[in-house]
Design a protein around this ligand. Structure first.
Ligand SMILES: [Zn+2]
Length: 176
């Protein structure tokens, strides 16, 4: 896509290279992704392992991306920071992350069409979390309509990608 990808693994300081000056909402991305994988599998019967999560700073009109063939789902940290400032309910933040991660995860399972991916994501959420759930509401609309403040997010260009530690820990069983 359009971003430079540092290779995963130890950074310049060794060990777990992470945060620069930017702070992202402290939520359990790993647990949310485990849930995403379970929900997706329970509805469409597909899964994959070996994906990591990174947070980067880019155009606020893009919530996240998965680079075709890549091993990382990349969340837009500028949007996470903006929501962290404006959404008081942590549960709502988790629902946002769940919807966005599920969307990218569905892409990574081979669904390349954007509209189809949105529909499938919404369907999975409706079937597993209910039509009246907040996640269903978020997934059924344009993210930027649900959260107009996202358009005001200000990405810090040149900020290093943050690799989320312990992401997708369910994979450990496969590696061992
Ligand atoms: Zn998409």
């Amino acid at each position: 896509m359009f971003m430079f990808y540092p290779s995963p693994g130890p950074g310049p300081e060794g060990a777990n290279w992470i945060p620069g000056p930017l702070e992202y909402p402290d939520i359990d991305y790993d647990a949310i992704f485990s849930q995403v994988r379970r929900l997706v599998k329970s509805v469409i019967g597909k899964e994959r392992s070996g994906l990591g999560l990174a947070i980067g700073e880019f155009d606020p009109r893009i919530a996240a991306f998965w680079e075709v063939g890549g091993n990382y789902l990349v969340l837009n940290g500028a949007l996470l920071r903006k929501l962290g400032e404006t959404v008081k309910d942590r549960g709502e933040l988790r629902d946002y992350v769940l919807v966005v991660l599920m969307h990218e995860y569905v892409h990574s399972l081979g669904f390349t069409d954007e509209l189809a991916t949105r529909k499938i994501t919404e369907q999975i959420i409706r079937e597993t979390m209910g039509d009246r759930s907040r996640a269903a509401r978020i997934s059924s609309q344009d993210l930027w309509s649900v959260y107009p403040q996202l358009m005001e997010a200000t990405p810090v260009h040149g900020a290093p990608l943050v690799i989320v530690p312990r992401f997708s820990t369910e994979d450990l069983g496969y590696i061992a």
